[in-house]
Design a protein around this ligand. Sequence first.
Ligand code: APR
Length: 246
Amino acid sequence: MSDYARAAATLISGAGSAIAFTGAGISTESGIPDFRGSQGLWKRFDPKMATRTFMLESPRVFWEFYAMRFEALARAKPNPGHKALARLEREGILEAVITQNIDGLHTEAGSRRVIELHGNIRTSRCDECSSTRPTEDCIREVMEWGKVPACDCGGMMRPAVVLFEEPVELFEAALRIAQESDLCIVVGSSLTVYPAAFIPEAVKSSGGRLIIINADPTPLDGVADLVIREGASDALTGALEALGIA
Ligand code: APR
């Protein structure tokens, strides 16, 4: 058992109300690329493709980009890192998972209180009236008929995810949970995108503790109580073992 696992277990068992804050790095072990890591999506594609402006200017190319992303996500299954967080919730140790991820893998792993700050790619909604349809159906229209999926109201269907330039509707709710927490376990995030990255900062500034599990350095490493430069699954399963939760 590593010293890191023991140190994480000490912080986790001493917490009164712990949350997890996750990013794309917890899902890379499920085969979903992250954005800014060594094989990140933004090293191969221009991030502007995930902006509202691009969606409105080039809806067909926008949809082809999301169809490609959905393909990778649709096959993905929860990995031991997702399952470890679900187990910590079942043990009454973790209050909630606040995630930036749109892959739905925390819920699929069994986590019940999950705040998907950036939405979920499996559902699409009309950009005008917000009626929803499965993204899979919308992608079929794009790939088989070359059409941008439209709503019966005439509005354009789009994945129910938060694009750059769009508001993060769930941020206030997530911030309230963070301000009531005394430990935030960050897993697999570069902590470079706001307002999401305010969440771990809010726990720290409310007097709480911060554990950062990330393969690369982050801007909050200097204020973290523990930085674990390990893979998400190894670090989380190690912490569970150290807590005596096999
Ligand atoms: N274990 C631990 N850390 C990992 C692993 C792993 N198996 N794989 C990748 N990482 C780390 C990378 O080193 C990187 O620092 O996870 C981090 C992921 O950072 P980003 O790719 O920036 O992802 P994220 O922080 O979730 O991005 C936030 O940016 O593009 C937007 O909307 C998108 O929600 C996303 C937001």
